[in-house]
Design a protein around this ligand. Sequence first.
Ligand code: ADP
Ligand code: MG
Length: 295
Amino acid sequence: MSILSMENIRKDYGSVQALKGVSFNVPKGTVFGILGPNGSGKTTMLGIIMDILKPSSGTYKLFDEVPNETHRRQIGTFLETPNFYHYLSAERNLKIAAAIKERGEGDIPRVLELVNLTQRKDSRFSTYSLGMKQRLAIASCLLGNPEVLILDEPTNGLDPVGIAEIRALIKKLHLEGKTIIMASHLLDEVEKVCTHVAILKKGELVATGDVNEILATEDIVEIGASNISALKAAVQQLGGFSHFNEQGNLLQLFYPVGKAPLETINQHCFNKGIVLNKLNLKKKSLESKFMELTN
Ligand code: ADP
Ligand code: MG
């Protein structure tokens, strides 16, 4: 089942084309990252899903059906900064949130426990660290036990400890079977917590799918020989790489990470009467992959 499927969604703000016809699918049970630089359309996308914004054109489905209020009650979200009362305790704040959302107060101990704030439930919100405030916001989304969570830049502004806590919480919720859709401009974050990704660049979808496939890096083998055309013919017979490039008087062979057979390449060329004058293994960084996708 798809939790969300987007079909050619466009959104214009006057002359600004924030989304230029985006389609993708969020499978059930995934941590789905919407990844892109600032201004690429992530928040606009989440606003459309939550019915805060209307798309200029295109359609989408929730739980494989035309979206309605019952579906949206199965989705916990905070798109705007949550309004908690600074002088009230976490628990009081959650009671107010539960009343606004028309969800029972009985769920409050469970969500406090999930976000690890039970011990601090009686402290005033104003005494909370930024990370605790963010966890309380997630607790509020979890009231009523929705199947899906939507989070916009959930670790923004947090220190490394706060970031680690939020990431651990997202992983825990994933293990509980929740589907989590989160926007982030941080490649590292998406790589660490997401199972799936859609990459946006200036309102266009550049790639979507399994994180390990989309963000897979490559190993690059650079080889050289005095007769480059003979070398090229020899490696083409060898095969096994995903693709190759000619770079001046070198060949670059691209392999999945850890799959470059250096000895085999060397032996094969030697058997063909070619002596390599260069054989070098390079790692392609995730950053360079991301830049390649979004630049
Ligand atoms: P992201 O969340 O990826 O940073 P946004 O969805 O906030 O991106 O914005 C996408 C584009 O739409 C940006 O160019 C932004 O300036 C523009 N935009 C967002 N909201 C509005 C608005 N209310 N009016 C006009 N332009 C907007
Ligand atoms: Mg945003």
